[in-house]
Design a protein around this ligand. Structure first.
Ligand code: E4P
Length: 229
Protein backbone atom coordinates (compact mmCIF):
# COMPACT_ATOMS: atom_id res chain seq x y z
CA UNK A 1 0.00 0.00 0.00
CA UNK A 2 1.20 3.51 -0.76
CA UNK A 3 1.15 6.14 1.98
CA UNK A 4 0.01 9.62 1.01
CA UNK A 5 0.18 12.65 3.29
CA UNK A 6 -3.18 14.39 3.81
CA UNK A 7 -2.94 18.08 4.65
CA UNK A 8 -2.29 21.59 3.43
CA UNK A 9 0.41 22.79 5.79
CA UNK A 10 3.20 23.46 3.32
CA UNK A 11 6.03 23.06 5.86
CA UNK A 12 4.61 19.69 6.94
CA UNK A 13 4.22 18.59 3.32
CA UNK A 14 7.82 19.45 2.50
CA UNK A 15 8.98 17.67 5.65
CA UNK A 16 7.13 14.48 4.65
CA UNK A 17 8.50 14.79 1.11
CA UNK A 18 12.08 15.05 2.38
CA UNK A 19 11.63 12.15 4.79
CA UNK A 20 10.47 10.04 1.86
CA UNK A 21 7.68 8.38 3.83
CA UNK A 22 4.88 9.74 1.66
CA UNK A 23 4.66 8.73 -1.97
CA UNK A 24 1.94 11.28 -2.74
CA UNK A 25 -0.16 14.07 -1.25
CA UNK A 26 -3.82 14.99 -0.88
CA UNK A 27 -5.37 18.33 0.03
CA UNK A 28 -8.93 19.60 0.28
CA UNK A 29 -10.56 23.01 0.86
CA UNK A 30 -11.19 22.28 4.55
CA UNK A 31 -7.56 21.34 5.15
CA UNK A 32 -6.44 24.48 3.29
CA UNK A 33 -8.72 26.70 5.35
CA UNK A 34 -7.40 25.07 8.52
CA UNK A 35 -3.81 25.66 7.40
CA UNK A 36 -4.60 29.34 6.80
CA UNK A 37 -4.09 29.21 3.01
CA UNK A 38 -5.08 32.60 1.56
CA UNK A 39 -4.54 32.16 -2.19
CA UNK A 40 -5.26 28.72 -3.59
CA UNK A 41 -3.20 29.14 -6.74
CA UNK A 42 -0.19 30.62 -4.94
CA UNK A 43 -0.32 27.81 -2.40
CA UNK A 44 -0.58 25.12 -5.08
CA UNK A 45 2.26 26.58 -7.13
CA UNK A 46 4.50 26.92 -4.07
CA UNK A 47 3.82 23.28 -3.17
CA UNK A 48 4.47 22.10 -6.72
CA UNK A 49 7.78 23.95 -6.82
CA UNK A 50 8.96 21.92 -3.82
CA UNK A 51 7.23 18.68 -4.78
CA UNK A 52 7.42 18.38 -8.56
CA UNK A 53 7.56 14.62 -8.93
CA UNK A 54 4.99 12.94 -6.67
CA UNK A 55 1.21 12.81 -7.18
CA UNK A 56 -0.59 15.75 -5.53
CA UNK A 57 -4.36 16.20 -5.56
CA UNK A 58 -5.95 19.65 -5.73
CA UNK A 59 -9.71 20.07 -5.60
CA UNK A 60 -12.07 22.15 -7.75
CA UNK A 61 -14.28 24.59 -5.81
CA UNK A 62 -17.15 25.28 -8.21
CA UNK A 63 -20.53 23.74 -7.59
CA UNK A 64 -21.74 23.77 -11.20
CA UNK A 65 -20.41 21.35 -13.78
CA UNK A 66 -19.18 23.96 -16.26
CA UNK A 67 -17.29 25.79 -13.50
CA UNK A 68 -15.77 22.51 -12.34
CA UNK A 69 -14.66 21.72 -15.88
CA UNK A 70 -13.06 25.13 -16.32
CA UNK A 71 -11.18 24.83 -13.01
CA UNK A 72 -10.18 21.23 -13.69
CA UNK A 73 -8.55 22.13 -17.02
CA UNK A 74 -6.74 25.03 -15.36
CA UNK A 75 -5.49 22.92 -12.43
CA UNK A 76 -4.32 20.23 -14.87
CA UNK A 77 -1.97 22.81 -16.39
CA UNK A 78 -0.14 23.31 -13.09
CA UNK A 79 1.98 20.17 -13.39
CA UNK A 80 2.24 16.62 -14.69
CA UNK A 81 2.06 15.25 -11.14
CA UNK A 82 -1.29 16.93 -10.42
CA UNK A 83 -4.51 14.96 -9.88
CA UNK A 84 -7.69 17.03 -9.99
CA UNK A 85 -10.14 16.28 -7.23
CA UNK A 86 -13.72 16.25 -8.45
CA UNK A 87 -16.41 15.62 -5.84
CA UNK A 88 -18.67 12.71 -6.74
CA UNK A 89 -21.69 15.04 -6.64
CA UNK A 90 -22.22 18.76 -6.27
CA UNK A 91 -23.90 20.21 -3.16
CA UNK A 92 -27.33 19.54 -4.71
CA UNK A 93 -26.52 15.84 -4.97
CA UNK A 94 -26.24 15.96 -8.77
CA UNK A 95 -23.78 13.39 -10.09
CA UNK A 96 -20.55 14.58 -11.70
CA UNK A 97 -20.19 11.30 -13.62
CA UNK A 98 -20.63 12.89 -17.07
CA UNK A 99 -17.88 15.41 -16.32
CA UNK A 100 -15.63 12.69 -14.91
CA UNK A 101 -16.16 10.72 -18.11
CA UNK A 102 -15.32 13.67 -20.34
CA UNK A 103 -12.22 14.79 -18.43
CA UNK A 104 -10.89 11.27 -17.96
CA UNK A 105 -11.36 10.54 -21.66
CA UNK A 106 -9.43 13.73 -22.39
CA UNK A 107 -6.53 12.29 -20.38
CA UNK A 108 -6.86 14.41 -17.23
CA UNK A 109 -5.79 12.55 -14.11
CA UNK A 110 -8.69 12.75 -11.65
CA UNK A 111 -9.17 11.99 -7.99
CA UNK A 112 -12.89 11.48 -7.55
CA UNK A 113 -13.60 12.41 -3.97
CA UNK A 114 -16.19 12.38 -1.17
CA UNK A 115 -17.37 8.87 -2.11
CA UNK A 116 -19.23 7.01 0.63
CA UNK A 117 -21.35 4.36 -1.13
CA UNK A 118 -20.68 1.39 -3.39
CA UNK A 119 -23.30 2.75 -5.79
CA UNK A 120 -21.07 5.80 -6.21
CA UNK A 121 -17.99 3.61 -6.71
CA UNK A 122 -19.82 1.73 -9.51
CA UNK A 123 -20.88 4.95 -11.23
CA UNK A 124 -17.36 6.36 -11.02
CA UNK A 125 -15.77 3.11 -12.24
CA UNK A 126 -18.06 3.21 -15.29
CA UNK A 127 -17.21 6.84 -15.98
CA UNK A 128 -13.41 6.59 -15.74
CA UNK A 129 -11.36 6.01 -18.87
CA UNK A 130 -9.54 2.71 -19.06
CA UNK A 131 -6.43 4.53 -20.35
CA UNK A 132 -6.03 7.36 -17.83
CA UNK A 133 -4.58 7.01 -14.32
CA UNK A 134 -7.06 8.00 -11.63
CA UNK A 135 -7.72 7.84 -7.90
CA UNK A 136 -11.03 6.90 -6.33
CA UNK A 137 -11.25 8.30 -2.79
CA UNK A 138 -13.65 6.46 -0.51
CA UNK A 139 -14.03 8.16 2.87
CA UNK A 140 -13.68 5.07 5.02
CA UNK A 141 -13.27 7.11 8.21
CA UNK A 142 -16.52 8.96 7.61
CA UNK A 143 -18.24 5.61 7.04
CA UNK A 144 -16.80 4.41 10.38
CA UNK A 145 -18.00 7.65 12.00
CA UNK A 146 -21.57 6.43 11.34
CA UNK A 147 -20.97 3.20 13.25
CA UNK A 148 -20.54 1.10 10.09
CA UNK A 149 -17.52 -1.07 9.36
CA UNK A 150 -15.90 0.34 6.22
CA UNK A 151 -13.91 -2.82 5.47
CA UNK A 152 -16.58 -4.80 3.55
CA UNK A 153 -17.29 -1.68 1.50
CA UNK A 154 -13.60 -1.15 0.74
CA UNK A 155 -13.16 -4.82 -0.25
CA UNK A 156 -16.09 -4.58 -2.66
CA UNK A 157 -14.75 -1.30 -4.03
CA UNK A 158 -11.43 -3.02 -4.84
CA UNK A 159 -13.36 -5.63 -6.85
CA UNK A 160 -15.47 -3.05 -8.69
CA UNK A 161 -12.39 -1.06 -9.69
CA UNK A 162 -10.73 -4.08 -11.28
CA UNK A 163 -12.63 -3.07 -14.44
CA UNK A 164 -10.38 0.01 -14.61
CA UNK A 165 -6.82 -1.17 -13.89
CA UNK A 166 -5.43 2.38 -13.97
CA UNK A 167 -7.75 3.44 -11.16
CA UNK A 168 -6.40 3.26 -7.62
CA UNK A 169 -8.62 2.95 -4.57
CA UNK A 170 -7.68 5.42 -1.84
CA UNK A 171 -8.74 4.97 1.81
CA UNK A 172 -9.57 8.52 2.90
CA UNK A 173 -10.41 10.12 6.24
CA UNK A 174 -7.94 8.00 8.16
CA UNK A 175 -8.72 8.21 11.86
CA UNK A 176 -6.00 6.04 13.46
CA UNK A 177 -2.98 3.97 12.56
CA UNK A 178 -5.06 0.77 12.67
CA UNK A 179 -6.67 2.00 9.45
CA UNK A 180 -3.34 1.47 7.66
CA UNK A 181 -3.46 -2.25 8.48
CA UNK A 182 -7.16 -2.42 7.57
CA UNK A 183 -6.68 -0.61 4.26
CA UNK A 184 -3.82 -2.91 3.34
CA UNK A 185 -5.83 -6.04 4.18
CA UNK A 186 -8.74 -4.79 2.04
CA UNK A 187 -6.42 -4.42 -0.95
CA UNK A 188 -6.59 -0.61 -1.14
CA UNK A 189 -3.83 0.83 -3.31
CA UNK A 190 -3.36 4.02 -1.30
CA UNK A 191 -4.14 5.38 2.15
CA UNK A 192 -3.90 9.09 2.90
CA UNK A 193 -2.90 10.03 6.43
CA UNK A 194 -2.61 13.36 8.24
CA UNK A 195 0.79 14.29 9.67
CA UNK A 196 -0.21 13.68 13.29
CA UNK A 197 -1.14 10.07 12.47
CA UNK A 198 1.76 9.57 10.02
CA UNK A 199 4.11 10.18 12.95
CA UNK A 200 2.73 7.00 14.54
CA UNK A 201 3.70 4.77 11.60
CA UNK A 202 6.91 3.61 13.38
CA UNK A 203 4.66 2.24 16.19
CA UNK A 204 3.17 -0.39 13.87
CA UNK A 205 3.86 -3.85 15.32
CA UNK A 206 5.57 -2.47 18.42
CA UNK A 207 6.07 -4.91 21.33
CA UNK A 208 3.09 -4.47 23.68
CA UNK A 209 4.95 -5.36 26.91
CA UNK A 210 7.43 -2.64 26.07
CA UNK A 211 4.56 -0.24 25.39
CA UNK A 212 3.02 -1.15 28.76
CA UNK A 213 6.30 -0.29 30.49
CA UNK A 214 6.52 3.02 28.65
CA UNK A 215 2.95 3.82 29.68
CA UNK A 216 3.65 3.12 33.36
CA UNK A 217 6.83 5.18 33.05
CA UNK A 218 4.86 8.10 31.61
CA UNK A 219 2.36 8.06 34.51
CA UNK A 220 5.21 7.81 37.02
CA UNK A 221 7.18 10.67 35.44
CA UNK A 222 4.13 12.91 35.29
CA UNK A 223 3.20 12.20 38.94
CA UNK A 224 6.80 12.99 39.93
CA UNK A 225 7.10 16.17 37.89
CA UNK A 226 3.72 17.39 39.17
CA UNK A 227 4.89 16.76 42.73
CA UNK A 228 2.02 14.35 43.63
CA UNK A 229 2.56 12.45 46.89
C1 E4P B 1 -8.49 13.01 1.37
O1 E4P B 1 -8.27 13.12 0.20
C2 E4P B 1 -9.66 13.57 2.04
O2 E4P B 1 -9.91 14.85 1.60
C3 E4P B 1 -9.50 13.51 3.53
O3 E4P B 1 -8.88 12.31 3.93
C4 E4P B 1 -10.85 13.70 4.20
O4 E4P B 1 -10.72 13.58 5.57
P1 E4P B 1 -11.93 13.90 6.56
O5 E4P B 1 -13.04 12.97 6.22
O6 E4P B 1 -11.34 13.66 7.90
O7 E4P B 1 -12.32 15.32 6.34
Amino acid sequence: IKLYADGADIEGMIEEYKKGVASGFTTNPTLMKKAGVKSYEEFAKAVLKEIPDLPISFEVFSDDLSGMEREARKIAGWGDNVYIKIPVTNTKGESTAELVKKLSQDGLKLNVTAILTLEQVKTVADALSVDTPSIVSVFAGRIADTGRDPMPIMKDAVEILKSKPKAELLWASTREILNLIQAESCGCHIITITNDILKKVPQVGKDLSQLSLETVQMFYNDAQSAGYK
